[in-house]
Design a protein around this ligand. Structure first.
Ligand SMILES: [Zn+2]
Length: 228
């Protein structure tokens, strides 16, 4: 019993400290910048998968390719709004070294190093979904459990996804490596289901990729206005 109380006490202190850290993060952002533009904001875009890892696939349609196209369109939009933007990958490759023994692990580790760099204000990991039930469709934003600020960001994205896609999905906590290991505010977005005919038909088009990018750019702008 005593041990239980001790552990509970530590957990409570950890939660309070985490909240205080988050608050000071927001205050430091508020104190130093205004968000009529994204000038001075550093954003990491992480197009999921790459190299031999296509992610979800439907025939010749590869998740890794569409993720990158959306990320590049979003990069342009964010830069037009004054942000400094870094992509974790800019081509059809992964980040593991040539002789890596576990490519996936090394790739993810390198993405985390880029995301967790000191200067990062916000990250977005861009993915597409697939599901055995092919009627499931829609776009969804995920955030790290117990991270209230990332939840704010994910909720804004989800609200805008709803406008774009009509989805009834809500933002959700996600057990993803990127979310679990990031020490920055951010979200992992699943922009649609390649397993669903309607989603896939839209996702392969340049126009819809641009719509998604605009939806995400507006969400970033809205998030920073919310903070200021
Ligand atoms: Zn993916």
């Amino acid at each position: 019993m005593k041990r239980k109380h001790y552990i509970l006490g530590i957990a409570m202190i950890a939660t309070i400290l985490a909240s205080a850290c988050m608050l000071s993060h927001i205050q430091s952002i508020n104190a130093s910048r205004t968000y009529h533009s994204l000038s001075g904001v550093s954003i990491i875009l992480d197009p999921g998968h790459g190299g031999k890892d296509d992610g979800a696939r439907a025939g010749n349609v590869k998740e890794q390719e569409i993720n990158l196209k959306i990320a590049k369109k979003l990069e342009t939009l964010l830069k037009n709004n004054g942000a400094s933007v870094t992509l974790t990958r800019t081509g059809a490759y992964d980040l593991a070294s040539a002789n890596a023994t576990n490519r996936k692990r090394e790739d993810m580790k390198k993405r985390m190093e880029i995301i967790n760099a000191d200067k990062t204000d916000l990250f977005l990991s861009i993915h597409l979904n697939a599901y055995p039930n092919t009627s499931v469709k829609g776009a969804q934003a995920f955030y790290e459990k117990d991270n209230e600020v990332s939840k704010v960001f994910a909720d804004i994205i989800q609200k805008n996804f709803k406008k774009l896609t009509g989805t009834n999905m809500t933002s959700k906590t996600g057990d993803y490596y990127i979310l679990n290991n990031a020490n920055k505010i951010g979200s992992l977005v699943e922009c649609g289901f390649l397993s669903n005919d309607e989603d896939r038909t839209k996702l392969v088009t340049d126009e819809y990729q641009q719509d998604i990018a605009e939806c995400l750019c507006n969400s970033v702008l809205e998030y920073f206005s919310f903070l200021s």
